[in-house]
Design a protein around this ligand. Structure first.
Ligand SMILES: NC(=O)c1ccc[n+]([C@@H]2O[C@H](COP(=O)([O-])OP(=O)(O)OC[C@H]3O[C@@H](n4cnc5c(N)ncnc54)[C@H](OP(=O)(O)O)[C@@H]3O)[C@@H](O)[C@H]2O)c1
Length: 269
C-alpha cells in the first residue's frame, strides 16, 4: 500500500472521512492522497495536512493507482464517462455510491477495469466502519488490496453485489438505528435520575460493551442475555415489557421499510 496513490473523486462527507481515516491509520501518508471536488477551496483542511487537493478529476485519476468515487448517485455516471479514457486494467476503481450496481458501473467504464463497490458507514472516521465490499474481480491480489484498504478503517466483509442494498440498510442506515436506541435509553436514564450527559455516557459505553461481548465471544445475543436475566428478576421484566410494546417487531419492520425504499431506488421500474 505504501507506494500506491489513492485518488478520491468527491471530497464530501464520506470522501474526506476516508482521507482522514487513512491518514490516522498511519499506513497511508498524506502525499499518497489526492482529493477532488468542484469547490476545491472547501478541501483546505486536507491541504493543510499535506493532501493534494483540486478540482481536476482527470489529473487525479491519471496519477492514481486506486480511484475512489464518493459522489452522489446522480453524479456518478457523468463522472465515470469523463474519466473513462484514463481507465484500464492497471487502475482499480472503487465506487462508494449507494444504489448503482456493478453491472451499471461496468457498462460505462468497460469490463477490463478492475471494479469494486464498497459500502462503509460514518464510523469510518474513527476506524470503526463496517464496510461491505462487492466485486466481479477474481484476482486475489487486487481483492486483498481493496480489503486491506478498508480494514485500516474498521471491519470488512465481501458479499455478492445483490446484497449491497441490504448492506446499505443494515450497516449504513444501521448506525442511525443504533443511535436511536442510544437516544431512547438515555432519555429513560434521565427519567430514572441521571443528568443527560451522564446518562448518554453510561448508555453509549453500555452499548459498546454489549457489541464487544457479541463480537469477541461470537455468542448469539440471547446467550449473553441469559447471563443477565435471573428468574423473576429485574432485567427479564423490562425486556418482556419492551417486547410487549413491539421492540423487536418495530425494529425489524423499520429495517424492512428502509430495504423496500432502497430496492425501489435501485430498480425504479
Ligand atoms: N455518508 C454515508 O454514510 C455514506 C455511506 C455509504 C455510502 N455513501 C455514498 O457516498 C456518496 C457520497 O456521499 P456523501 O455523504 O459524502 O455526499 P456529499 O457530502 O454530498 O459528497 C459528494 C461530493 O462530491 C463532490 N462532487 C460533485 N460533483 C463532482 C465532480 N464533478 N467532481 C468531483 N467532485 C464532485 C461534491 O462537492 P462539490 O459540489 O464541491 O463538487 C461533494 O463534496 C453517496 O453516493 C452515498 O450514497 C455515503
Amino acid at each position: 500500500m505504501k507506494e500506491k496513490i489513492i485518488a478520491i473523486i468527491g471530497g464530501g462527507n464520506l470522501g474526506t472521512a476516508i482521507a482522514e481515516g487513512l491518514m490516522i491509520s498511519g499506513e497511508v501518508v498524506p502525499s499518497q492522497l489526492i482529493v477532488t471536488r468542484r469547490r476545491s477551496e472547501l478541501l483546505h483542511g486536507l491541504e493543510l495536512k499535506g493532501v493534494k487537493t483540486g478540482s481536476d478529476n482527470l489529473e487525479a485519476v491519471s496519477r492514481g493507482d486506486i480511484i475512489l468515487i464518493a459522489v452522489k448517485p446522480y453524479q456518478v455516471m457523468e463522472i465515470l464517462k469523463s474519466i473513462k479514457p484514463l481507465l484500464d486494467e492497471s487502475r482499480i476503481v472503487i465506487s462508494l455510491v449507494a444504489g448503482v450496481d456493478l453491472n451499471e458501473l461496468g457498462t460505462v467504464i468497460g469490463n477490463n477495469v478492475p471494479l469494486f463497490r464498497a459500502m462503509p458507514n460514518t464510523a469510518i472516521a474513527l476506524q470503526e466502519s463496517m464496510t461491505l465490499i462487492s466485486t466481479n474481480v477474481k484476482d486475489e491480489q487486487q481483492r486483498k488490496l481493496v480489503v486491506d484498504l478498508f480494514n485500516k478503517m474498521g471491519k470488512t466483509a465481501i458479499i455478492p453485489d445483490e446484497l449491497m442494498a441490504a448492506a446499505t440498510v443494515l450497516a449504513a442506515c444501521g448506525i442511525a438505528y443504533a443511535l436511536r436506541y442510544i437516544r431512547a435509553a438515555m432519555q429513560g436514564g434521565v427519567e430514572i435520575g441521571f443528568g443527560a450527559e451522564l446518562s448518554q455516557f453510561i448508555t453509549a459505553q453500555t452499548v459498546m460493551g454489549a457489541a464487544r461481548l457479541v463480537m469477541e465471544s461470537g455468542n448469539h445475543p440471547e446467550k449473553e442475555i441469559d447471563k443477565v436475566t435471573t428468574p423473576r428478576g429485574i432485567t427479564i421484566t423490562g425486556l418482556n415489557e419492551m417486547e410487549n410494546k413491539g421492540f423487536s417487531a418495530s425494529l425489524i419492520q423499520g429495517l424492512l421499510a428502509s430495504y423496500k425504499k432502497v430496492e425501489k431506488l435501485e430498480n425504479p421500474g
